[in-house]
Design a protein around this ligand. Structure first.
Ligand SMILES: [Zn+2]
Length: 241
């Protein structure tokens, strides 16, 4: 169920893998996609957020997003009414309210301050890297009073696997030079994880990375490997209530 879990004070962070685990039959996929071909994903063959029930100290359902590969950040407060949010990052200071971002090759990034008073989650693919969604999330957290932030960089497609056209590589590298890469077969590529880490470094945010490539690791979802059939893994962060 989990590719990685960690704690910082009262904050829990996790990245899911491709397997439901728990009470589900062996081999049941865990797909945290909101919908597939416009239809909400549910049913025994693809358990979604209900599979996460009871995993965290909180009993509330995670706040998810309709992600649009942008740079916008939403602040979720006590008034949150469960409505659909459209953005690529969430921050909150509400204990017991898990934040969730979804990915299947893009970079899920989780953030927490030293006291566990504010947390954030961001989804950074190639456009989000250029749109600076992670720096915007850091700024939003600091705006809420975060000090001594730390980040967790989740599983994503590695720089040796993420082939892109040369002109697309040039465009992204012009914005984030550290994202330049070459595939293992010698063609232009992007290392979006390296780009995200460089953005965190520039803001003085220490980070820990899960060094598993979604395309190469069959226990993770990958759009590059599976195409439209790919499900979504999740990055989750919650302040224990
Ligand atoms: Zn790889």
């Amino acid at each position: 169920m989990f590719a990685f879990r960690d704690r910082r004070g009262p904050v829990e962070v996790a990245f899911t893998d491709r397997h439901a685990g728990g009470a589900f039959p062996p081999g049941t996929p865990l797909n945290l996609s909101l919908r597939r071909d416009g239809v909400p994903v549910s049913g025994p063959d693809a358990p979604g957020v209900e599979a996460l029930e009871g995993v965290f100290a909180s009993c509330r359902a995670p706040v998810g997003l309709t992600q649009v590969h942008g740079g916008d950040v939403v602040v979720v407060d006590e008034e949150y009414d469960g409505r659909e949010l459209v953005a690529d990052a969430l921050v909150t200071s509400v204990p017991g309210l898990p934040l969730m971002v979804r990915a299947a090759d893009c970079v899920p990034v989780l953030l927490a301050d030293a006291e566990g008073r504010v947390v954030g989650a961001a989804h950074a693919g190639r456009p989000g890297l250029v749109a600076e969604v992670v720096p915007h999330t850091v700024a939003a957290l600091r705006g809420l009073g975060a000090a001594d932030l730390r980040a967790w960089v989740g599983p994503h497609v590695c720089g040796a696997c993420y082939e892109v056209p040369a002109d697309m590589q040039a465009e992204v590298v012009a914005a984030v030079p550290e994202s330049a890469s070459t595939t293992s077969w010698g063609t232009p590529a992007l290392d979006i994880g390296a780009g995200v880490r460089a953005q965190l470094d520039a803001l003085g945010v220490p980070h820990r990375s899960v060094h598993r490539c979604t395309r190469e690791d069959d226990d993770l979802w990958s759009h590059r490997r599976s195409g439209p059939a790919a499900g979504r893994l999740a990055g989750l962060v919650v302040i224990s209530p």
